[in-house]
Design a protein around this ligand. Structure first.
Ligand code: HEM
Length: 322
């Protein structure tokens, strides 16, 4: 594996090994000697919990509510933008949709979502700015507050809540920027909804980097590495690797064979992937009948949030009808 070692910016820590590209990234994600510190639960052992974000028999109801929420938000933003006003989609659509998705999927009153959002922001931002594994004292306090709010029998909802209120809006902003730059036709959406959702996750997924700690160096083909070293796996560069995904920024609906790693991979693959696919399908469906309509032309301007390290998201996505 070809890894790059970056010196630490202080004298206490060791540096961080960076793993880029699809082949090395995938190998690192699945390597048994690279661990998530403190993680006892893996997606392999947590199969039973998979259904808890949206249980199988709940999917129809949840999808209907998500469709309704996405349609209302996008229709009203689209109508406003036609009045020759510029609308900002992060604030008008992405953020409120994340809050509504949390209320729908976790079966919470909207007032509770609002009350807990500040703690979720602290947890998400801390993780998004982390240069190595672990959380700050402030983030641990906010996580504990969320865990208390959900109660002992629903602690698993903490991660779901943070992801739905912050990672989902980040994904949607990236997706809107992508769809404005590289539009999808309504025919493509009608014929290939599943492939479009997967390609959007690959190109616009918000998870940029995940961390591991080296448990044993014996099976790692890498000189200079030590037990306890931090490894940063660059998911974004894996998903944009042109050897694997030619013309990586374009949506290509024929890319069937190589899976993206927007949700990581086994043994730590994302337990919310199904829920997020559901939500993204609702939003893209609503996009296609509003901003995505072929007859309508838009100008747009995006501004990325450059302060983040492990996540990618837009600060603003401004759209105006021309
Ligand atoms: C756009 C939204 C989301 C994105 C981009 C995302 C991305 C990811 C990624 C990349 C990983 C792998 C982490 C690693 O390898 O270190 C992961 C793990 C995980 N995700 Fe998500 N996620 C999202 C939403 C959710 C939701 C809604 C839930 C709710 C249950 C969730 C629960 C989890 C859990 C529990 C893990 C850890 C699995 C393990 O360690 O075995 N995620 N997610």
């Amino acid at each position: 594996m070809a890894w790059v070692y970056a010196e630490p910016d202080n004298e206490v820590d060791r540096g961080v090994w960076r793993v880029s590209g699809y082949a090395d990234g995938f190998a690192a994600l699945t390597h048994r000697d690279l661990l998530i510190p403190g993680s006892v639960q893996t997606s392999e052992t947590a199969g039973a919990r998979r259904e808890q974000v949206v249980a199988g028999d709940e999917r129809g109801r949840v999808r209907e509510q998500l469709d309704g929420s996405a349609r209302l938000l996008l229709e009203s933003a689209c109508a406003d933008s036609r009045a020759e006003c510029t609308v900002e989609l992060m604030a008008l659509v992405c953020k409120p949709f994340g809050a509504q998705a949390a209320a729908i999927m976790l079966d919470m009153p909207a007032a509770d979502v609002q009350r807990l959002e500040d703690d979720a922001r602290v947890v998400w931002r801390d993780a998004a700015m982390a240069r190595r594994p672990g959380a700050s004292a402030e983030a641990l306090r906010a996580t504990a507050a969320l865990a208390n709010a959900f109660g002992a029998d629903a602690v698993h909802k903490v991660q779901a809540f943070v992801a739905l209120t912050y990672s989902l809006p980040a994904l949607l902003g990236n997706v809107f920027a992508q769809l404005l730059e590289y539009p999808v036709s309504s025919r493509q959406w009608r014929d290939h909804p599943r492939q479009i959702v997967e390609e959007l996750l690959r190109v616009a997924g918000p998870a940029k980097v995940v961390y591991r700690v080296v448990d044993d160096v014996a099976r790692l083909d890498q000189t200079g590495i030590e037990r306890g070293d931090v490894v940063a796996i660059d998911l974004e560069s894996a998903n944009h690797d042109s050897h694997v995904f030619p013309e990586p920024l374009q949506l290509n609906l024929a890319r069937e064979t190589t899976p993206h790693v927007a949700f990581g991979w086994t043994p730590h693959a994302c337990l919310g992937a199904g829920a997020i696919r559901l939500a993204l399908g609702s939003v893209v469906g609503a996009w296609m009948t509003t901003f995505g309509r072929e007859m309508v032309r838009w100008t747009w301007r995006t501004e990325a949030d450059d302060t983040l390290v492990t996540m990618r998201r837009m600060q603003r996505v401004d759209v105006t009808c021309v």
